[in-house]
Ligand binder design. Sequence first.
Ligand SMILES: Cc1cc2nc3c(=O)[nH]c(=O)nc-3n(C[C@H](O)[C@H](O)[C@H](O)COP(=O)(O)OP(=O)(O)OC[C@H]3O[C@@H](n4cnc5c(N)ncnc54)[C@H](O)[C@@H]3O)c2cc1C
Length: 395
Amino acid sequence: MDLRDNPEEAAFRADARAWLEANLPCDWGTPAYQKPQSPAEEVDFLRHWQRQLYDGGWAGLDWPEAYGGRDVGIIQNMIWNEEYMRLRAPNQISMSVGTSLVGPTLIARGEEWQKERFLAPMLKGEEVWCQGFSEPNAGSDLASLRTRGTLVGDEVVVNGQKTWTSFAHQSDWCILVVRTDPESVRHRGLSFLLVDMKTPGITIRPLVEMTGHAWFNEVFFDDVRVPIRNLVGEIDKGWDIVMTTLSVERGTSAQHAKLFADLELLIEAARRTPRAGRTAADDPLVRQKIAGFAAEMMVMRMGAYRNAWALLEKGVPGPEGSTLKVFWSELDQRMKAAAIEILGPRGMVPEGDPLALDDGYWAYEALWSRAATIYAGTSEVQRNIIANRVLGLPR
Ligand SMILES: Cc1cc2nc3c(=O)[nH]c(=O)nc-3n(C[C@H](O)[C@H](O)[C@H](O)COP(=O)(O)OP(=O)(O)OC[C@H]3O[C@@H](n4cnc5c(N)ncnc54)[C@H](O)[C@@H]3O)c2cc1C
């Protein structure tokens, strides 16, 4: 395994870097940059940025060309993600439910009209998507979901509740899993729908997190009528489509690059933080801690490439992805907790307060990082997968 770029990859990396540097807002990453002031402004900004990515040929890199993508291959996709994270370019997370989950699902399993109708607006940032899978009593154990879908004529009438639905309040469309066969249990009798979030009967209640932001929501469905043509796959056979959605994570996540970028910020903040007549960055214990994190990030980068190569060889993501998920989410939490320790009380002051360090970035990250071991499969669930499928231990 050679972690250096070959000439073609180096040229691709240079192109990606040059495009990002030329297209990010000119004061991006500097204190002069005026952040969007409200969630609505932020979504507008992200839609606009997604359009810029699309026009520049940097949206849907791993999508087939026939659907507006570039089909660049796994390693190039990883390189783009690394450059993107390195420059701390806008977090496209609200767009990525569409481009990373819904788009690849529709490309693999959708009907032709669904691809024509939905893929381009998704890639251009014109339509934002959310994922309506989890329910109050169905998270890790998704197959126990109870939201009902009743077939009435050429419509499915939906009743029930979803929860933790990220960006539902800002979304145009939702992928929704419902139980259409009330007699069925577990994975059978479920159906996968594309739901217009403006349909009457949908009530969205934002949930405020401990960061103070309202990122995810409770979503209630009362007699919501969804045209049957919006079904993906067959009625009662939706689990198969759910599995497609959950497996499209293409193994090109470059979380190590985000952590490296955060570590650089931390070093810079430690240089500005006074400690016993010198700075926190001069403290040998702090230096050791930072060096330790850097070493772990290098290990994580190798793990990410190893995962990508395994995907290249086998064509499908393997259970190794679980190792990486546990590693980065727990490293992220440890590093953000250490940042607060290194930077002292000012590190805990939230954004908007004149005393806040880096406009409250560290306070926010220390709290937000707690979510990382829950979403996209909890650490316990990932460890079950590793025990079972990597180590071959009994269930
Ligand atoms: C920031 C964030 C964004 C999210 N966005 C979305 C979204 O957009 N759409 C969506 O559908 N969902 C979303 N989720 C929900 C997420 O998928 C669930 O929170 C996750 O699957 C865990 O489910 P749960 O919260 O119901 O916890 P539970 O499944 O009830 O788990 C509770 C605890 O029990 C443990 N546990 C459960 N099963 C086992 C087991 N078999 N063995 C050992 N331990 C176990 C878990 O690890 C956890 O510690 C989001 C979550 C977060 C935190």
